[in-house]
Write a protein that binds this ligand. Structure first.
Ligand SMILES: Nc1nc2c(ncn2[C@@H]2O[C@H](COP(=O)(O)OP(=O)(O)OP(=O)(O)O)[C@@H](O)[C@H]2O)c(=O)[nH]1
Ligand SMILES: [Mg+2]
Length: 364
């Protein structure tokens, strides 16, 4: 079903060329998409809509409470997002600096997103995969837990800064609390936190502490399930359901959709290696759910309204602004985007909010 929709829109995508960016940069994104679109339907759906694949295991209509797939970017959205992660002379993607304390962190004005999670959960691997179209950027990963010791800052064009963090739990650095907790609490330009959870073991004690921290600091965060190539489909489904329930019932600030990823998924290695044999990681969108996480990174820092075709997530942002306006939550979105035309749309979106958001009633 999803694969069919995807193919239908591909013609339009090819026709879009110049709108997605200039010259070779956009073209390389097209080439990459073409490769995915040539896959057999089943594999295509698995890569682009992994949650949809899990959905097939439910009796139709049996779980109306599940918010498995509210964020559903189009191919065009994915291509546009990919272009932000494609390095070129005009779009520099580079390592900036590292810091062991917040007051050593660079004073940057671009919006920032960070990746947190237990040591060894796959934070650096995910970032490395996101940067696979900028292979000159070095992101170190290791089998050994506790490898990343500092806050590592990477510039993604003029759009945002991405921050890799040391892991918590086993072999966490001694100054972890000083470093990470203070960063999460006080970093002014932090716009979104990606909290990575291992899909094999699910939410662990240490994760609970991190979740509590995100909730306490009123951070808008997103839960990402890593290593989904490892568990069996049955086990993965069980974890997704458990974690989804947790997000639905126990969190306020977590985006209601999970993002399962596997930067090392073996099923996709063939494609990426054929395209770029020297590069061991699949391109950012050639791992499962690439279609979600990339636009998510893009939209979360976008201060322009996307018009009536804005994604549900974009609406979510407007909703958060709405929350500020009514003063019922802390200053989550105290950013430039407050000055954007969003407030003009509040009426329409508050309607949307009431009718479609599970958290709507709580905020009014
Ligand atoms: N099978 C599988 N292994 C993965 C995946 N992602 C990461 N790994 C492996 O997990 C190990 C840890 O990966 P890292 O990315 O270094 O983990 P990290 O969260 O950055 O760890 P710290 O820096 O220690 O906090 C490495 O051996 C990776 O190859 C995945 O999707 N599937
Ligand atoms: Mg790391």
């Amino acid at each position: 079903m999803a694969a069919h929709r995807l193919r239908q829109s591909v013609g339009r995508l090819f026709a879009m060329g110049p709108e997605l960016g200039s010259g070779r940069r956009a073209f390389s994104a097209f080439q990459a998409f073409t490769e995915v679109l040539r896959l057999p339907s089943k594999q295509l759906t698995k890569l682009v809509f992994p949650l949809e694949e899990l959905h097939e295991h439910f009796v139709p209509g049996s779980r109306p409470d599940l918010h498995l797939n509210i964020f559903h970017p189009s191919l065009e959205d994915i291509a546009r997002a990919e272009s932000f992660f494609t390095a070129s002379a005009r779009n520099r993607i580079e390592y900036l600096t590292s810091a062991v304390r917040l007051d050593h962190a660079p004073d940057l004005h671009r919006p920032e997103v960070c990746f947190i999670g237990r040591s060894n959960v796959g934070k650096s691997s995910l970032i490395k995969a996101l940067f696979s179209l900028a292979p000159e950027v070095e992101v170190r990963v290791s089998k050994k837990p506790g490898h990343t010791k500092k806050l590592n800052f990477y510039k993604v064009g003029k759009y945002f800064t991405l921050v890799d963090m040391p892991g918590y739990g086993y072999r966490a650095p001694e100054d972890f609390v000083d470093m990470v907790e203070t960063y999460l609490k006080e970093r002014k330009n932090l716009m979104r936190t990606f909290l990575l959870v291992d899909s094999v073991v699910g939410i662990q004690k240490a994760d609970n502490i991190a979740i509590e921290m995100c909730e306490e600091f009123a951070l808008p965060y997103v839960m990402v399930l890593t290593k989904i190539d490892k568990p069996s489909k049955g086990h993965l489904l069980k974890q997704v359901l458990q974690i989804q329930k947790f997000v639905d019932t126990k969190t306020q600030g977590c985006f209601p959709q999970l993002f399962p990823v596997s930067p090392l998924g073996s099923s996709v290695h063939g494609i990426s290696q054929a395209r770029r044999p020297e590069w061991p990681f699949p391109s950012p969108w050639i791992f499962p759910n690439h279609g979600s996480i990339l636009p998510l990174l893009h939209w979360q820092v976008d201060s322009q309204p996307l018009g009536h075709q804005g994604s549900p997530f974009n609406l979510h942002i407007r909703i958060k602004l709405h929350i500020i306006k009514y003063g019922s939550k802390s200053n989550w979105w105290e950013t430039k985007s407050l000055k954007s035309p969003f407030p003009l749309m509040l009426d329409y979106h508050s309607l949307f909010f009431i009718t479609s958001s599970r958290k709507g009633h709580k905020c009014y």
